[in-house]
Ligand binder design. Structure first.
Ligand code: GLN
Length: 495
């Protein structure tokens, strides 16, 4: 039998259909890989037993001819998605003992379509971060190493770092992420896999623990664009339980992967040529333009003049919303409680002990920008600029169909680097945050390696609801880049 963990989802579905192997066998191979890669600390909770049970049920369904879109495919679920009866922590001490009595709509959609759950992946606490170093359960380690022999442990990106690390390690075929300002695209870029954040409202947020409600979106990670398309089709769709979830038909995203970019107008925003952009990344970006041009696409210069305000605007709006969303963790209704002499003491002790430093920093910033006297100066102003950023994109999309940019300004850094400087950490998302503020779909596709042997991604941003063109462009870039590199530890295993 072929190495089952090296198949992608589309190939595995084919193999299952042809009865070359069963979902139980496929899942067993991934459970074994989960154990082998435990040192990456990608999971908060492994659910191997549940996975094998779900796989057996899937095989039974398949035998009866009931075959869902992702029938029998083992996936990992970010531990921000509430999973019925399975501990869900948001990687925070404050939810250490939280077992949801309900299933998030998106994970429920995946199970409805036959997916199998390997476990709940670690994240930056409450999805706040870019390195998966703020989890209460420790750092997640990327399966990648630099080729300079320093053997430093690298970050898998964040906040969905457990998901990106485990998919890159080929211990899960795909995983869910959430992206508020870049948490799917940046970790995908850091670990050499694909990931898409759909349009805001494409997937239901119901049952996904809220960070910043006007920005949070669910999306998939997988090793190919086609697999992302398959997963997104299952995850997306109208849900009356989320009033911001759009009542729109979900297209067959795989049908959009035509391989044809003839006549496609690809916008290059001049403002994304930020100071300090590494020459290697600039080169890859040029390479991306050349690939698209050789496929018959037209490269057009565009301007997104308010881009420079995106980070400051995000770091007002996201903390403002988080300070409100996280007010519910008071030790009374959810999770862990620290005792105290009065009710106020219970609140204060619970929150002091339950939240980590980054979460506290954001709650404080958010409370400040929403406070009387500062609300207009910060929050209202940020909302106005957010509108201008969205209008920049609307204007740009009169001239182009998609936008091409780097996903992140650097390759993965070592654990601990950037840690003492929150602003430097926040800069990771300069290219991803503008599209988040505008609610637009964005995807990262692995496109090359830097001189240290680390993956770099290219980002494709699309018009609202036009995930199909994003995926088509991503698929074209993926094919042109022919990214076959794997983390060294996997090559050793294969050898
Ligand atoms: N890195 C960004 C932040 O820290 C984005 C996180 C996310 O998308 N969840 O807020």
């Amino acid at each position: 039998m072929t190495n089952l963990t090296h198949l992608n989802i589309a190939q595995a579905l084919e193999g299952l259909k042809k009865k070359e192997f069963t979902s139980v066998e496929l899942t067993q191979a991934h459970v074994k890989a989960t154990e082998e890669f435990r040192h990456l600390n990608a999971y908060v909770t492994e659910t191997s037993e549940l996975a094998l049970k779900q796989a057996a049920e899937s095989d039974a369904r398949r035998a009866k001819g009931q075959v869902g879109l992702l029938e029998g495919i083992p996936l990992a679920i970010k531990d921000l998605y509430c999973t019925k009866g399975v501990r869900t922590t948001a990687s925070s001490r404050i939810l250490d003992n939280f077992v949801p009595p309900y299933e998030s709509t998106v994970s429920g959609n995946l199970f409805r379509d036959g997916a199998v759950m390997l476990g709940k992946t670690s994240l930056d606490e409450f999805a706040m971060g870019s390195s998966n170093t703020t989890s209460a359960y420790g750092n997640v380690i990327s399966p990648w190493k630099r080729n300079n022999g320093d053997n430093a442990d690298l970050v898998p990106g964040g906040s969905s770092g457990g998901s990106s690390a485990i998919v890159a390690a080929r211990a899960a075929m795909g995983a869910t992420g959430t992206d508020t300002g870049g948490s799917i695209r940046q970790p995908a870029s850091f670990t050499g896999i694909a990931g898409i954040k759909p349009t805001y409202g494409r997937c239901s947020r119901w049952g996904i623990i809220a960070f910043a409600s006007s920005l949070d979106q669910a999306g998939p990670f997988a090793r190919t664009v086609e697999d992302c398309a398959l997963m997104l089709r299952s995850m997306a769709g109208y849900d009356p339980k989320d009033s911001t979830c759009a009542d729109r038909p979900v297209p067959d995203y795989t049908a959009a992967l035509t391989g044809n970019v003839k006549g496609l107008r690809v916008g290059i925003p001049k403002e994304y040529n930020v100071e300090g952009l590494s020459p290697e990344i600039a080169k890859l970006w040029d390479q991306g333009k050349d690939w698209l041009k050789s496929g018959g696409a037209e490269i057009v210069d565009i301007s997104l003049p308010h881009s420079k305000y995106a980070l400051p605007v995000y770091y007002i709006i996201a903390p403002a919303e988080c300070s409100s969303n996280l007010a519910r963790y008071d030790g009374i209704r959810y999770g862990v409680r620290a005792e105290g002499e009065s009710l106020n003491d219970v609140y204060m002790n619970t929150r002091a002990q339950g939240f980590g430093d980054e979460v506290k920093r954001r709650i404080m910033i958010g409370t400040y920008v929403l406070s009387a006297g500062y609300y207009d100066a910060y929050y209202t102003k940020a909302q106005k600029i957010r509108r201008l950023i969205a209008e920049d994109f609307a204007r740009a999309f009169e001239k182009c169909d998609v936008i091409l940019s780097p996903t992140a300004p650097s390759a993965a850094f070592a654990i601990g680097e950037n840690q003492d400087d929150p602003i430097k950490m926040y800069l990771n998302d300069v290219f991803t945050i503008p599209a988040s503020l505008a609610g637009l779909p964005g995807m990262s596709v692995p496109a090359g390696l830097d001189s240290q042997g680390l993956p770099l991604g290219l980002q494709i941003i699309g018009k609202a609801w036009d995930e199909e063109t994003v995926l088509r462009t991503g698929h074209f870039v993926e094919t042109a880049a022919n990214f076959t590199a794997m983390p060294q530890m996997l090559m050793k295993k294969a050898a």
